[in-house]
Design a protein around this ligand. Structure first.
Ligand code: SPV
Ligand code: MG
Length: 291
């Protein structure tokens, strides 16, 4: 089955489903290996791993290159965090075309202004005009060649402090414009905004959430409120920071590597994740002297 069809099924099925963040080929492979059905190519995680801010400092073609490595390294669908679509409707429809060429299953765009800021930085971030954003969604839907490619529209009304009425108005408009799902984001430490939204939404279309800030909410509640998809948005990137800082400090302080050897992945794991075995097999077929 196509990756886009599988992402569509995750969004449209009756079960609660999950995407796990990845930010490069290696983390994407780990996500697949542990059993996740899909990947969130997080803008925050990809930019952090490049050492830049989540403010469109990495260009869209640089993002495309990362996501291409991720798609090559895995067989599960990827939903790209496409920020605001990197410009207007025209930039976005070109992005859709390029993502399809790279076998990326879908893209999520948010109703903010380019260059965007991360949702957890600052207050009252400016939002895109609703009609302009709807035009962007329509242009993306019209541009896709694969009928199952998914466009997720992200509502930032709660993030910007505009409240439930505006969140519902925007979600409805984006749904009507053809979005395959709506991502409703909140930065509260409790899921109150999400719950109030779901009570009014009335299952009009699939809903995606990112519970980074309301992390202590039990997962069964999301099923109860008819959420379709939960994105664990940045946890591999953050886990890697903790592991890298610890290891670097230990080696720096001890001027030796002996104490970290048992705490880090053996080289065999690296080779497995790179699929070195496949190359060794191919060499037997194609390299003179190895037939
Ligand atoms: C990301 O992972 O880049 C996201 C989610 O967009 S958030 O960081 O919560 O905005
Ligand atoms: Mg993002």
């Amino acid at each position: 089955m196509k990756k886009s069809t599988r992402l569509r099924e995750l969004l449209q099925g009756s079960e609660l489903e999950f995407l796990m963040e990845a930010h490069n080929g290696l983390s994407a492979r780990i996500v697949e290996e542990v059993g996740f059905k899909g990947i969130w190519a997080s803008g925050l995680a990809m930019s952090a791993s490049l050492g830049v801010r989540d403010s469109n400092e990495a260009s869209w073609t640089q993002v495309l290159e990362i996501v291409e490595f991720m798609a090559d390294a895995t067989s599960i669908p990827i939903l790209l965090d496409g920020d605001t679509g990197y410009g207007n409707f025209n930039n976005f429809r070109r992005l859709v075309k390029k993502l399809e060429q790279r076998d990326v299953a879908g893209v999520c765009i948010e109703d903010k202004i380019f260059p965007k800021s991360n949702s957890f930085i600052g207050e009252q971030q400016p939002l895109a005009d609703v009609d302009e954003f709807c035009g962007k969604i329509k242009a993306g839907k019209d541009a896709q060649q694969d009928e199952d490619f998914c466009i997720v529209a992200r509502v930032e009304a709660f993030i910007a402090g505009w409240g439930l009425k505006e969140a519902l108005h925007r979600a409805n408009a984006y749904h009507e414009a053809g979005a395959d799902a709506v991502l409703i984001h909140s930065k509260l430490s409790e899921p109150d905004e999400i719950i109030s939204f779901m009570q009014e939404w009335d299952d009009r279309g699939p809903i995606v959430i990112v519970p980074t800030k309301y992390y202590n909410t039990p997962t069964w509640m999301y099923q109860e409120f008819h959420i379709s998809l939960v994105i664990w948005a940045n946890h591999l990137m953050r886990a890697s920071i903790t592991a890298m800082e610890k290891t670097a400090k230990e080696i720096f302080t001890s001027q030796a590597i002996v104490s970290v050897e048992q705490q880090i992945a053996p080289l065999e794991d690296v080779f497995r994740l790179q699929n070195v075995a496949e190359l060794q097999q191919a060499e037997k077929s194609y390299l003179p002297g190895n037939y």
